[in-house]
Design a protein around this ligand. Sequence first.
Ligand code: HEC
Ligand code: HEC
Length: 205
Amino acid sequence: MRMLCLLLMLTVTGAGASELGALAKQCAACHGVDGISRWPDVPNIAGLPEVVIANALYDYRGHARPCRKPVCAEDGACPDLSMCEIAEPMTDGQMDTLARFYAARPFGSAANEYDPRLAEQGLTIHNSNCEICHTTGGSDPEDEASILRGQNRAYIANAMNDYRSGKRLGEAAMLKRLNALSAEEVAALVEFYASPQVPAPPTLR
Ligand code: HEC
Ligand code: HEC
């Protein structure tokens, strides 16, 4: 264990640190310097499980997830790139380093607008369909099914639609439940996941 820590320290303080800095700078243009994004269709990546971040990067590189560009690219407010283009030149090692870096930072709920009445309905739908895998109301950072609550609202809506339309692959047990929902139920889930986590994390912005 001590050896491992020493090795990790060497990687982070050596050439790895400046490489990580350069990579993370590219991410910051859309995901924010701390991994907390201000664009509704760009997810907060700080505090997501390491495996979720790494898998996402592998999937984008392999075009296994949709290659959409964020809306902020339309008027030049952020780079005109999709995640697939960003992931394409990256090595496995770089992806794993970035995953470790962002997973170690605290998640912060997005400052979304949401309808409290619909969010309440969304919570009920979540509890009977999703809580079994997305525990603690979809807000557990240890949960390898990722954080849903407090995530940027357009990103979460896109993600659910991607699964429902077959553009993103997911576990069969999840797809079965997601596909059985009505459009109204999905809309209520979006309101629930758009609501901030309780208690609010200290990094709310
Ligand atoms: C041009 C803006 C932009 C840049 C730069 C960017 N991203 Fe993204 N990122 C996005 C968008 C948009 C999405 C959501 C795409 C979708 O709907 O699938 C996303 C999604 C992700 C996800 C998926 C999260 C999840 O919950 O599945 C991860 C992980 C990620 N980005 C990491 C990174 C990293 C690491 C970098 C830097 C190497 C980076 N991104 C650079 C725009 C960007
Ligand atoms: C059988 C377990 C299971 C069930 C049930 C389930 N999920 Fe998932 N879900 C997962 C896993 C595992 C992932 C992470 C996939 C990955 O790494 O990309 C995930 C990912 C997601 C994501 C993408 C998160 C991200 O960061 O991009 C959304 C959105 C989602 N689930 C919504 C739901 C909703 C809504 C329900 C209930 C209707 C549900 N899930 C039920 C296992 C499940």
